[in-house]
Ligand binder design. Structure first.
Ligand SMILES: *[C@@H]1O[C@H](CO)[C@@H](O)[C@H](O)[C@H]1NC(C)=O
Ligand SMILES: *[C@@H]1O[C@H](CO)[C@@H](O)[C@H](O)[C@H]1NC(C)=O
Ligand SMILES: *[C@@H]1O[C@H](CO)[C@@H](O)[C@H](O)[C@H]1NC(C)=O
Ligand SMILES: *[C@@H]1O[C@H](CO)[C@@H](O)[C@H](O)[C@H]1NC(C)=O
Ligand SMILES: *[C@@H]1O[C@H](CO)[C@@H](O)[C@H](O)[C@H]1NC(C)=O
Length: 782
């Protein structure tokens, strides 16, 4: 994600700092060396006692990845102040803290056994850290009555003067899961659960926030998110507080959020695009308040799907009066929301009703529409009928949270290293990985110990073996060698199912795919699996990260940016042919997956922008069902997302960025149009600005259901002058020879044409200005 500060201009923070002291106090001096004796695992959760064999391949080989907070002296006894001990568990070993920017070689998985951990200051989550609470008996982190600091967990502390530790939009690779965060001992006038100021490849899962209920001057918040470029969260419960969640971010996907007894469940401070699904709001005063600064729109779009609001007088507070329908910003899309327990489903900021409550709203929007219908709407829409294959038995869009295998003992986990793979970042581990997969027995889970596993020819997961695999703190699978060198004859690196339509199941979580050097003939993942039932084939928190980090040989030293001279693509700086291919007879469920060609360096100290060339992001040719929850694809040359000959595809939401160096060289380099992969052809373009990556291309497809997109172009050959005219490239979203396309909440940045249909512009950026982006509420093709 681009280091970009314009967003701040559009943000008027109603509440900035919520705690008694504005800035997190510096971390306490390190406590003495961690206690050596292993604290007996008080839980059956496999993660507590699995054998630890993970190592960092491209960093210090003795770096300690796994940390149990009790090994650092945390008591979890409900009364001792555990702040210093927990912060020591997090920071131990020269990690990426203040002034570090980013690093992939000091990863830490911090485990909290069952217990109640009292803290008096923030627990600081360093870069590349997972906080994992026990999934069987979920631990509580309790703020002491005198807690001071921004939030109980802080993902990006502010230093004096308001400067963050990490650049918010580049604050990648972190998780927090399985916790109760309790603020009830604090005075109602202060306290926040998590300061979550993050970018892509981040997630919150299975967290309950306990806050003071009602009262005067209540200022508590479960989540405080000032800005970032995210991200995904799910399975969260907010009890009490002034705002259950205070949200501000470029774009985000959120689902399964429950709010009870909050003053305002969700305060939407700003966004470019935001999707909510499966929200339950009960006994609050306001459901969603998206009316920040009515005279100065800060919210691009809010989409709410499959949700229920009960015993709450006001559903949504928006920035527009009854008579002034928004010109882009303030877009609101409601799809299957039960407002039975609500007096006013949508009101304007002065309190006048726009839409009455008292029932289920099937489909309603406020904003611009284009395509089959056009103009401004603030009304019911024709109810779109999603295909049954995308829905669960209640008629909601199907969801499945990341499996944590909490009921499977560690004895059922098979270590990849124990099966002979080295993960040392140099040895060819192909045969060992294949043998481990082939040797898996029913009910076992393949545990990918942290490391970097070099793959030199296709690894195949037989569909019928029903393989489940999970990684330790994002181990790397790295494509390398001759087999992946020929861009005219690309080969899969990791193949799920041998041939398209092979039936079975497959689950993968917490793994990163990369290339080791240029791999112009690599398809990092080929997905052929047809899931035996909905959700039986999926990826959760699996990311594709090409270049820009230790071990990839595609870093700032070799692939420095070079905008000054007109040049061709450097053959040593090519990434993969295609990151992921979901083939024609496959079905798939992806949740929190980031397809990222690095735009900048994460490990070398320059942290500078880099010139790399990846062919394509995600190609979907499936006949469905395909669910893409919280995915993003950035910086590929030809396109970031393409649906070709596809059907019954759902996404919520997607985010893309065009390569910063384009058009130097343009999208025709170094990859050429390959008809076998239905590639776009840029030969009819008459300008360089036209030869730029598609954010999303839909061709020969039908039944496409898009709930939220943020597709951005921030540069032309690294120059940002084009932002003034919002014309960094000509086109962004293309719909060709397709039918039954239904897209909602569409924000684009600096593409002259937001959407083209069969080559004709359907919406111009300049006519549909929002806050920072241009925004449409809906675009449809019948
Ligand atoms: C993020 O939000 C903080 C707090 O409002 C603000 O100080 C900062 O400028 C913002 N940063 C960006 C890049 O928008
Ligand atoms: C509106 O936004 C502009 C640009 O961010 C800012 O300069 C101005 O102060 C804002 N006005 C109000 C009334 O908030
Ligand atoms: C939502 O999250 C809660 C809490 O983790 C969980 O118990 C519930 O099953 C989830 N519901 C859905 C529909 O995923
Ligand atoms: C709705 O938004 C306006 C403008 O920000 C605010 O003044 C008002 O208090 C909000 N209404 C409620 C019920 O929160
Ligand atoms: C959005 O763009 C389309 C095409 O340029 C135009 O027809 C429509 O009127 C625009 N919306 C507004 C509010 O101007």
């Amino acid at each position: 994600m681009v280091a970009f500060s314009t967003a701040a201009l559009f943000v008027t923070l109603r509440v900035l700092f919520t705690a008694t002291s504005s800035f997190a106090a510096p971390i306490a001096a390190p406590v003495t060396a961690p206690a050596t004796p292993e604290v007996a695992a008080a839980s059956s959760y496999w993660l507590a006692d699995i054998k630890r064999q993970g190592t960092v391949a491209y960093g210090a080989s003795d770096f300690k990845i796994f940390r149990n907070v009790k090994d650092y002296g945390a008591t979890g006894d409900g009364s001792t102040d555990d702040t210093a001990a927990i912060n020591q568990a997090v920071s131990d070993g020269n990690r990426c803290g203040q002034n570090c920017d980013s690093s992939t070689v000091t990863p830490a998985l911090v485990y909290f056994p069952p217990g109640t951990y009292v803290v008096s200051k923030p627990i600081i989550q360093y870069y590349y850290t997972q906080f994992v609470g026990d999934a069987v008996t979920v631990p509580t982190i309790k703020a002491a009555a005198g807690f001071s600091g921004m939030a109980v967990i802080d993902s990006d502390p502010y230093m004096e003067g308001g400067v963050n530790w990490y650049t918010n939009q580049n604050n990648f690779f972190r998780q927090v899961r399985n916790f109760v965060i309790d603020l009830t001992a604090m005075p109602a006038t202060a306290g926040a659960g998590i300061h979550w100021q993050v970018g892509q490849a981040t997630s919150l899962q299975n967290i309950r926030f306990e806050m003071v209920k009602g009262g005067t001057g209540n200022a508590q918040q479960g989540i405080f998110m000032d800005n970032g470029s995210g991200g995904f969260m799910t399975d969260l419960t907010f009890n009490g507080g002034n705002y259950g969640a205070f949200f501000g971010n470029q774009q985000f996907t959120t689902r399964n959020l429950t709010f009870n007894d909050c003053n305002t469940a969700i305060f939407m401070n700003w966004n470019w695009a935001w999707t909510f699904q499966g929200v339950t709001i009960n006994n609050c005063k306001v459901g969603i308040d998206m009316a920040n600064a009515p005279t100065n729109q800060t919210v691009g779009s809010v989409l709410i799907l499959d949700s229920t609001i009960t015993n709450t007088p006001i559903g949504v507070n928006t920035s527009f009066t009854q008579d002034s329908i928004p010109t882009g910003g303030g877009t609101l899309v409601i799809d299957n929301v039960d407002f039975s327990g609500v007096q006013t489903a949508v009101q304007d900021y002065t309190g006048k009703a726009i839409l009455a409550g008292g029932g289920i709203v099937k489909s309603w929007a406020q904003g611009q529409v284009a395509g089959a219908a056009s103009g401004r709407v603030q009304d019911n829409l024709p109810t779109p009928a999603k295909p049954a294959s995308l829905l669960n038995s209640q008629g909601n869009v199907f969801t499945k949270s990341r499996p944590q295998y909490e009921n499977i003992p560690s004895s059922q986990f098979v270590s990849l290293k124990s099966k002979g793979a080295t993960g040392d970042g140099a040895t060819d581990d192909t045969a060992a990985i294949q043998a481990a997969i082939n040797g898996m027995a029913d009910g076992e889970i393949l545990y990918v110990d942290h490391g970097a596993y070099v793959i030199t020819k296709t690894v195949t997961v037989p569909a019928g073996k029903n393989i489940k695999m999970t990684g330790e703190m994002w181990p790397l699978f790295m494509a390398s060698g001759k087999a992946f060198n020929d861009m005219a004859n690309p080969q899969p690196v990791f193949q799920v199912g041998e041939t398209s339509g092979d039936s079975g199941s497959f689950e993968m979580s917490d793994i990163v795919f990369e290339t080791l050097g240029a791999a112009p003939g690599a398809i990092l993942m080929e997905w052929n699996l047809k899931a035996s039932e909905l959700g039986a084939g999926g990826l959760w928190d699996v990311h594709f990260r090409v270049g820009g980090s230790a071990g990839t040989e595609l870093q700032a030293d070799k692939c420095a940016k070079n905008p000054a001279t007109k040049h061709d693509a450097n053959p040593d700086c090519i990434g993969s042919f295609l990151m992921m291919h979901i083939t024609k007879d496959a079905s798939a469920y992806l949740e929190n997956t980031w397809f990222w060609l690095a735009d900048h360096e994460l490990d070398l100290s320059s942290h500078s922008q880099i010139d790399l060339y990846n062919g394509r992001g995600l190609l979907v040719e499936s006949q469905g069902p395909v669910h893409l929850w919280g995915t993003a694809a950035e910086h590929s040359q030809l396109y970031n997302y393409q649906f070709a000959n596809a059907k019954d595809i759902f996404y919520a939401l997607i985010q893309t960025e065009t390569p910063y160096m384009q058009p130097n060289p343009n999208s025709e380099q170094p990859f050429t149009t390959n008809a076998k992969y239905s590639d776009p052809d840029f030969s009819a373009c008459t300008t360089d600005a036209c030869k730029s990556a598609w954010g999303l291309r839909i061709v020969d497809s039908s039944s496409i259901w898009g709930y939220g997109s943020g597709t951005y172009s921030f540069f032309s050959n690294y120059n940002q002058d084009c932002l003034a005219t919002n014309s960094c490239q000509e086109n962004m979203i293309s719909v060709e020879k397709s039918s039954n396309v239904n897209m909602f909440g569409i924000s684009t940045k600096a593409a002259t044409n937001m959407i083209t249909q069969d080559g004709t512009s359907m919406a111009l950026d300049k006519d549909n200005r929002s806050n920072f982006c241009a925004t449409l509420g809906m675009f449809t093709v019948a």
